[in-house]
Design a protein around this ligand. Structure first.
Ligand code: TYC
Length: 113
């Protein structure tokens, strides 16, 4: 069978060769926002209590917990970890509830990274 060239009467043609234009949609993958959990210094919460909180709720070793506690004590605050919104929210609530139950004024907050 003989294929005759198709005359497109002056219109441009794409790689498909049939006059159609192929299009692709590039969808950008969104990473979920992450949240820093911050521990704040105060004059009353015992150092050992803060170390215990960091070990218990953030899975830190005693040495890591002691180091972060000292940073908060000296600088006023420190980032304890970075988590998804829900995990950060849970950690903040756990720390605040534990501190309140022990009548310490320890403050823990979160902020978008
Ligand atoms: N500044 C407290 C003290 O001298 C210790 C402390 C450390 C309190 C870290 C809170 O997040 C804190 N007893």
């Amino acid at each position: 069978m003989t294929r005759l060239p198709l005359v497109m009467s002056g219109k441009s043609d794409g790689p498909e060769g049939d006059g159609s234009i192929a299009t692709k949609t590039r969808t950008r993958t969104q990473r979920p926002p992450m949240y820093k959990v911050l521990l704040l210094n105060d004059d009353y919460t015992p150092m050992e209590f803060v170390v215990h909180v960091l070990e218990r709720f953030f899975g830190l070793s005693h040495a890591q917990a002691f180091e972060i506690m000292l940073t908060v004590h000296k600088k006023g605050l420190a980032v304890v970890g970075v988590f998804s919104f829900e995990v950060a929210e849970t950690k903040v609530a756990q720390v605040m509830d534990f501190a309140r139950r022990h009548q310490h004024p320890l403050q823990c907050t979160m902020e978008k990274e």
